[in-house]
Design a protein around this ligand. Sequence first.
Ligand SMILES: Nc1ncnc2c1ncn2[C@@H]1O[C@H](COP(=O)(O)OP(=O)(O)OP(=O)(O)O)[C@@H](O)[C@H]1O
Ligand code: SF4
Length: 304
Amino acid sequence: MSLAKVKHIVLVLSGKGGVGKSSVTTQLALSLSLAGHSVGVLDVDLTGPSIPRMFGIEDAKVTQAPGGWLPITVHEADPSAGVGSLRVMSLGFLLPKRGDAVVWRGPKKTAMVRQFLSDVFWDETDYLLIDTPPGTSDEHISLAENLLQKARPGQLAGAVVVTTPQAVATADVRKELNFCTKTNIRVLGVVENMCGFVCPNCSECTNIFMSGGGEVMANDFGVRFLGRVPIDPQFLVLIETGKRPTYPAGTTVDGKDISTPAGASTSEEEEVKDGSRLVHKYKDCSLAPIFSKITADVISAVQQ
Ligand SMILES: Nc1ncnc2c1ncn2[C@@H]1O[C@H](COP(=O)(O)OP(=O)(O)OP(=O)(O)O)[C@@H](O)[C@H]1O
Ligand code: SF4
């Protein structure tokens, strides 16, 4: 992989599947871009690459240049809007049937990932986020070893560990934190996803599971707790259909009114799933202010 022009690499890890690792990667990428940084996302989750779907670029065609595979541009930098560029590369682009999980056995998988890591050309990138397969298997260890070998000293900034309130109660997330210690990867912090539910009718956030476990666990391990993220069905609508999130009158996040103004544009063109508009639509999501804070904390952890 040509990493020469990448400033910082951040891994996104989870001890088990389905906790929202790819959603967190996507939202970190959008928030970093909204903060003006140039961002790359590399999806090596062989268990079912979901990143192309999340960015609305499932049908994108990857091309090859002399320097390697060229990542897909979700949007270019727009300095007048303070937005940085966003590019994505996924193993999913190379699978014959998009969205399939890879069924190869260990050594073939590892060889594929190794080659994939070497063959992608990244242009000027402030943050490269890597969405990894869930778990702490041998496959993970070899992925981490490969990365550590390829990155220059200090380039691999660390890992963001994603969990859910239920997963905290299991051993998986602790295993993930132990995995980081074993592989010498610094933990930048823990995100607790799906810690509550944003009601689509009144936008009240209700804690459906016992929340707070992520923070206790982060304290136990002496790592930073980055924050809690509720389930917002409007985020799912944005990802699945490309529709701009809308909220009833009076909806606030941290005291800020995020309700959809009367007469806001919902034209056909606006509704169309189009990766280049995603970042601007995401700005209207109730999760965006939460991720803006998480992202600021990740940046400060990277720079420490
Ligand atoms: N906070 C959230 N609000 C609304 N939907 C969410 C949230 N977090 C995750 N989801 C949705 O839950 C589903 C699973 O999330 P995601 O694919 O990010 O999990 P994952 O941990 O990456 O899974 P896998 O292990 O299969 O890769 C997705 O449809 C995603 O959009
Ligand atoms: S206030 Fe909201 S969450 Fe509670 S019952 Fe009414 S609509 Fe549902």
